[in-house]
Design a protein around this ligand. Structure first.
Ligand code: COA
Length: 179
């Protein structure tokens, strides 16, 4: 399609950017298939998985990206406690290999964090690569301050405050919590 703008003729993109919508229970099979492709069988031995197994994500704060109906990206948020404080855990987070490097991952993270902030949450915690998440506002937690169960490299425990000082009080052991 060609859009005429004053004297300029601008070609609109032929492929629309994937559309983000909150996850619903009916997305489960496609979400699991994407996570399997992205992480392989090793995903089940991840320490953060212990905080998620047998539970359901916070659907209103979890998002899927679809292009032409096909699920090409996802991020899930979960209810946890850090010490006695209610908080949010992010993960898994994956983009289909054919759609990587176009900013979709960053957009998924921003969308989920914005939804969590609007729902009144103060901070989001995750276990992941600082090299990727630093640009999205996540910072390492001082060693030992937040304890994720299982064998976790403490340098991979990252937190993003959703308001000024929102992560300041977070300390203690991480445990699952009811949504
Ligand atoms: C991580 C992931 C979701 C990023 O999705 P994406 O849509 O490609 O993300 P963006 O387009 O916003 O960012 C892409 C950039 O991040 C970089 N990047 C991706 N994973 C990275 C990592 N683990 N560490 C450092 N940089 C990383 C890419 O090289 C790319 O850099 P460039 O823009 O300089 O080329 C995707 O690579 C993926 O699904 N990976 C497998 C699953 C995974 O590792 N999930 C995160 C674990 S918590």
């Amino acid at each position: 399609m060609t859009v005429t703008c004053s004297s300029l003729a601008v070609s609109a993109p032929t492929t629309p950017f994937p559309k983000l919508v909150p996850e619903t229970p009916t997305d489960a099979a496609e979400v699991e298939a994407l996570v399997d492709r992205a992480f392989g069988p090793g995903r089940f031995v991840k320490a953060a998985e212990r905080l998620r197994e047998g539970r359901r994500p916070l659907y209103d704060l979890s998002f899927v990206a679809r292009e032409d109906g096909r699920l090409v990206g996802m991020v899930r948020l979960w209810s946890i406690r850090v010490g006695g404080t209610p908080s949010i855990l992010l993960g898994p987070f994956a983009v289909d290999a054919a759609h990587r490097g176009q900013g979709l991952g960053g957009i998924l993270i921003e969308r989920a964090c914005r939804a969590a902030a609007q729902a009144g949450h103060d901070a989001v915690l995750l276990v992941g690569d600082r090299a990727y998440f630093a640009a999205l506002g996540f910072e390492p937690v001082p060693p030992g301050r937040i304890r994720v169960p299982g064998p976790v490299d403490p340098r991979r425990v990252l937190v993003r405050a959703l308001r000024p000082g929102g992560a300041d009080g977070l300390a203690g052991a991480v445990a699952p919590a009811s949504p």
